[in-house]
Write a protein of this length. Structure first.
Length: 143
């Protein structure tokens, strides 16, 4: 949820879990509490530009803050970032991505398949020996 606090000149961009039955937010996670202010050039009225949130099992969420050039996995209970693919302005990994999907390969290896919009490709990364490794891509030059 994009939220600019004009009086404090700070981004209150957040992710929420909303209970439709009670009409209440049951969980909130603020980007400013977990991501350096300098990310994407600093706070602005479209700082994170989140374009996708998906559950990963029962206890984690996969977030796509497009303007950060990252996909983040957040533990719901601890509110800690437990996985991070990409980094701010590292366009070799991702640039202004959309719709990352958390998948498991046949041998159980975690993978992220993502539309890497700024690089005009769809790319897959697998977690190997604690690092994200590009395992597949298709894009403008390969179609």
């Amino acid at each position: 949820m994009r939220e600019w606090n004009a009086s404090a000149e700070v981004s209150d961009d957040r992710i929420v879990i909303y209970n439709r039955s009670t009409g209440e937010f049951t969980w909130e996670w603020y980007f400013k509490n977990h991501v350096p202010e300098s990310t994407d050039g600093g706070y602005n009225d479209d700082w994170s530009h989140v374009n996708d949130v998906d559950p990963v099992g029962e206890d984690r969420l996969l977030l796509s803050p497009r303007n950060f050039d990252q996909a983040l996995v957040v533990d719901i209970e601890s509110k800690e970032i437990v996985e991070r693919l990409g980094s701010d302005d590292d366009y070799d990994v991702m640039r202004e991505q959309h719709n990352p999907d958390w998948l498991l390969s046949e041998n159980g290896t975690p993978t992220i398949l993502v539309a890497d919009s700024g690089n005009n490709r769809v790319v897959e990364y697998a977690k190997e020996d604690g690092e994200w490794v590009r395992t597949w891509e298709v894009g403008t030059g390969s179609l």
